[in-house]
Design a protein around this ligand. Structure first.
Ligand code: GCO
Length: 406
């Protein structure tokens, strides 16, 4: 069972989840707001802003050939109109470290967090945000473009659609859902429009336009960079009576975005599990199902199903995220192995998949859930910042070395 030549084998991170000290971002403010819905603040995270050379070296030593990480807009442009040369120099060095190690970088330009100042303008409901975002992308690519072969504009451009469904499931009244993310009053009006908590139709249009304008800006500044966006794609499976509802879920979370992807070079597919859908919506997990630390069903077959469906976009695909939160690394090994058998079947059938990035390189800051879920191939002692390589990292690294499953 081998993979095509040049297939990328990587691990993924996002700036806010690993770098630490992202103090000029909207999320930092939310984490420290009174009544915050975050279990704990991100703090120093994995101190990856300082330790990136060590971390990239670990990936290389393990056998990986690629690394997906994000450039943090809030660091590059910490105040409206001020560009930090120091931040650009930092990311230049991260990219150079990748190339020196023989690691192909894939850069995400927006991974959930935004500069705090953007919230004062209306965040992801503000119709000027696409231009602001595109200007930041242009600036980054103008400086660093030759070092960036692959750029993803927005991570999980469709996440608001998924969150909206999840919230509906809780309350049937989305605007009343997660409280504590606002400044003083926990109602919708006071909730800043961060990327993750903007559920309105206006917000969706802003996101789509931001992707289109960013793609244009990136291609102008760096014509050799291949551009795409990434999507959180669930394997929606219908139970009798739920066929129509399952189709709707897929349409709203994927097909609805296809017009905005016209002109993209690749599609980033991110999958973690399946969702069972009945006539009235999401169904509970099957009796006795094994659940992960996220409460998702352990269901590695989902990746293959989702890749086959997403192929309808007609774009080359990368698995830009796939992983499992578990304290039992043997289950991670099993999860990866079974998913990769499915991925290999896709490739053998001619589905155009060009790489696999595991989420995540490091145990890291899982947003509102804090540091409890363990998604990493590498454990991090956050007191000493010591890294410990897990078996799953060695197993996946060996697959990468052979470009084949055992
Ligand atoms: C997301 C993000 C990652 C998560 C990962 C695990 O999908 O929410 O892209 O930042 O950490 O998916 O939940």
């Amino acid at each position: 069972m081998t993979f095509p030549d040049g297939f990328l084998w990587g691990a993924a991170t996002a700036a806010h989840q690993v770098e630490g000290g992202n103090v000029t971002s909207d999320f930092w403010a939310l984490e420290h707001a009174p009544g915050s819905m975050f279990a704990e603040p991100s703090g120093d995270a994995c101190d990856h802003y300082r330790l990136y050379r060590e971390d990239i070296g670990l990936l290389r030593d393990l056998g990986f050939t690629a690394y997906r990480f994000s450039i943090e807009w809030a660091r590059v442009e910490p105040e409206d109109g001020f560009v930090s040369r120091a931040a650009i120099a930092h990311y230049r060095d991260v990219l150079e470290a990748c190339h020196e190690a023989g690691i192909t970088p894939m850069v995400t330009l927006h991974h959930f967090t935004s500069p705090h100042w953007l919230m004062d303008l209306g965040g992801w409901e503000y119709d000027g945000t696409p231009e602001r975002f595109a200007a930041y992308c242009h600036m980054v690519m103008d400086e660093l473009g030759p070092l960036i072969p692959y750029a993803a504009t927005i991570n999980e451009a469709n996440i608001a659609r998924l969150t909206r469904r999840m919230i509906e499931g809780f309350t049937k009244a989305p605007e009343q859902a997660p409280v504590g993310v606002g400044r003083d009053r926990p109602d919708a009006a006071s909730r800043p429009n961060t990327f993750l908590f903007t559920w309105s139709d206006t917000g969706l249009e802003v996101v789509k336009r931001a992707h289109v304008e960013a793609r244009r800006a990136i291609k102008n500044a760096s014509p050799s960079t291949r551009v795409g966006a990434t999507f959180a794609l669930q394997d929606y499976q219908s139970e009798p009576g739920g066929e129509k509802a399952a189709e709707e879920r897929w349409a709203e979370s994927f097909e609805d975005f296809l017009p905005a992807l016209d002109g993209d070079d690749f599609l980033g597919v991110q999958n973690y599990s399946r969702v069972l859908v009945g006539a009235d919506g999401t169904l509970p997990h099957p009796e006795g199902a094994e659940l992960t630390q996220m409460g998702y069903e352990f269901y590695p077959q989902a990746l293959e199903n989702v890749l086959r469906r997403a192929a309808s976009a007609g774009l080359p695909m990368f698995v830009t995220e796939h992983g499992i939160a578990t304290g039992d690394d043997a289950r991670r090994v099993e999860f990866v192995r079974r998913a990769l058998v499915g991925l290999e079947r896709c490739v053998a059938d001619g589905v155009d998949v060009r790489g696999y990035f595991h989420w995540s390189m490091l145990d890291n800051f899982e947003w509102m859930l804090g540091y409890a879920p363990a998604f990493g191939l590498i454990a991090v002692d956050r007191t000493t910042q010591r890294r410990t390589v897990k078996d799953s990292a060695r197993v996946l690294g060996n697959i990468a070395r052979r470009n084949a499953l055992a």
